[in-house]
Design a protein around this ligand. Structure first.
Ligand code: HEM
Length: 349
């Protein structure tokens, strides 16, 4: 079975007015191609049937975010090398165990060989669609990333779950990102998905251990877990011991909007880690998936409370599928997206 239920989430409304141009037609083509990459309903936490049976993670939405970090995290701001250049797809970075699980199962496998924008742009766009469709903020999309001809040095990726905060900070600084970017991008993105024994045996023994209580929803629950000292990835709790970062964790645990505002800024910075010159923002509208909380809460209400297997994910996907309806929240989000797109259009005219 190929992808059979589509998100059809992004609608491009205008072309850019500087940098590499993206026509409305091309943007719509890219949108259609993308709609094959993230499926609905339940796309924010689901078992993706077309993935190889041995794929260690089936959380397509979460994998997309993780892939963005693992692709862009090689960027060196001082000599403009590495960055988000689709090298995970074109030349899987070898010589490291850091990328385990991504080439086998990430959404990046499904990037079409022909698309109106580069593979790196598609990866960026997939992350933007994922965040907004799964409940998070709208993030600006720029095009123009060149795809890499060679692998980057994946050993540059600061992704050691047990490293001291200072080491991880230094890695983000080398990318040109701040300590606050590091916090919202790492802990914030850990709002989605979880750890798998097949990928991170030193982190979990579970087939799937979610990072928070809503692994299928992009929300601020992860910050509440961190404050309670309940972290799957140790670095998330280590951030709370850093006096520079603790006030932000406390703020984001209380105020989801504050988290979303900073995430939109930091995630755009990460997406734009590229030596290429990027376009002005392309206005896009992304429809938020309905039934997010019902489908994305762990453990699923329909499953036995002790069940923490991937088949339980499949069962909530099916349940969500039957119950799918257009919620008022989704409609309001869509309306605000339209307003956003129109406002951006006016600004660019
Ligand atoms: C200090 C930096 C980071 C460390 C040490 C770290 C560590 C980890 C670990 C150990 C996992 C579990 C992988 C698995 O077993 O499936 C994971 C998953 C994940 N990471 Fe991170 N991470 C970091 C930063 C980031 C960043 C910057 C992002 C996104 C921008 C990100 C997004 C994700 C997502 C979405 C998952 C869930 C994947 C799934 O459910 O399949 N991480 N991370």
């Amino acid at each position: 079975m190929f992808v059979n239920s589509l998100l059809a989430a992004a609608f491009f409304t205008l072309a850019v007015n500087a940098g590499p141009a993206l026509s409305v037609e091309d943007a719509q083509l890219a949108t259609q191609a993308l709609s094959f990459l993230i499926q609905a309903p339940g796309e924010c936490l689901f078992q993706y049937t077309d993935l190889p049976a041995n794929a260690p993670s089936h959380n397509m939405a979460a994998l997309w975010l993780r892939a963005i970090f693992h692709d862009s995290g090689t960027f060196n701001a001082s000599d403009l090398t590495g960055g988000l250049d689709a090298s995970l797809v074109t030349n899987p970075e070898s010589g490291t165990t850091d990328n385990i699980g991504i080439p086998e199962s990430a959404a990046t496998r499904f990037i079409p060989s022909k698309s109106p924008i580069s593979k790196a742009d598609m990866i960026a766009l997939g992350g933007i669609v994922t965040v907004a469709a799964c409940g998070g903020p709208q993030v600006a999309f720029r095009t123009g990333r060149d795809d890499a001809g060679v692998s980057n040095n994946a050993k540059l990726l600061p992704s050691d779950a047990f490293a001291p905060v200072g080491t991880i900070k230094a890695g983000f600084l080398r990318m040109g990102l701040t300590a606050l970017d590091m916090l919202v991008l790492t802990t914030g993105s850990h709002s989605m998905g979880g750890a798998h024994a097949a990928i991170s045996p030193n982190v979990t023994k579970e087939k799937f251990e979610p990072f928070d209580r809503t692994p299928g929803v992009f929300d601020n629950d992860i910050f509440k877990r961190v404050l309670d000292g309940k972290c799957v990835v140790p670095i998330d709790c280590a951030f709370a011991k850093d006096p520079e970062l603790l006030p932000y964790i406390q703020q984001y645990a209380k105020d989801e909007n504050a988290f979303f505002t900073q995430y939109a800024i930091s995630f755009e910075k990460m997406l734009n880690l590229s030596p290429s010159s990027l376009s002005d923002p392309v206005a896009i509208m992304i429809k938020r998936h309905s039934n997010l909380v019902e489908e994305g809460t762990w453990p699923p209400a329909s499953a036995a409370s002790t069940t923490t297997t991937v088949s339980a994910v499949a069962s909530i996907t099916t349940a969500g599928s039957a119950a799918k309806s257009s919620s008022a929240a989704a409609d309001i989000f869509l309306l605000s997206s339209v307003i956003y797109a129109l406002a951006t259009t006016l600004l660019l005219l």
